[in-house]
Design a protein around this ligand. Sequence first.
Ligand code: ATP
Length: 239
Amino acid sequence: GRDTNVLEVSNLNVKYGQIHALRDVSLSVQPGRIVAVIGANGAGKSTLMMTLAGLLAPASGQVTYEGRPVPAKAYEVLARGICLVPERRRLYANLTVKENLLMGAFLRNDNDGIEADLEKMYALFPILRERLKQYAGTLSGGEQQMVAIARGLMSRPKLLLLDEPSLGLAPLLVENVFKTIREIKARGTTILLAEQNAFQALEMADDAFVLETGRVLLTGAGSDLIADPLVRKAYLGIK
Ligand code: ATP
């Protein structure tokens, strides 16, 4: 129903010139859930995330959030409580860790709340406190991913869009990132997660979508998709 869905995407089409990257994509995300979007390279996951964040304009289709159309400008989307943590992090390499975190809070003016949230980020990722004055560009890949997630959380999003948060991370750090995503959910944040790491994403997801060459191929509970023969063969490598 209208009130139960946070995010409602209907018949979304996105093109890059001749390339039709998303074809009639429809999906919905309910509040407080983790929703996974899985798919191979080039399936359209990043295109979907960037469109939802207001960074790409759709050719056609509708996106509504809490019953109202999502604005076309990235900062207006952020002001509505939707925050994208982009693929490959896109940190400000020449700013320090702390400066990057503060950039995440640039739409806020509650200085006490911002200070309190910085403390929460150091509790979530203790290594960041030790690296506050280090330039983000000199951090390891895993540390950069932590800064990117923490920077996103500093905007106090209601809906967090995570694009391949486990990309390029060692297995132990992948575990950490997935654990963190569960913690973010436990705080009441809704999460849409694009992942190539299909097994872990489906294991954690309440609901999931499989994107294949720009189309939604399958929809279901994460646990249902893990059991789906097609998903097992094509995405989990299990025969
Ligand atoms: P990956 O997991 O490899 O990041 P993805 O599922 O995120 O893939 P997208 O990056 O959304 O996929 O790409 C979807 C399709 O759109 C691909 O065929 C890609 O080549 C194409 N595409 C993406 N960005 C552009 C662009 N700026 N110009 C032209 N084509 C693009």
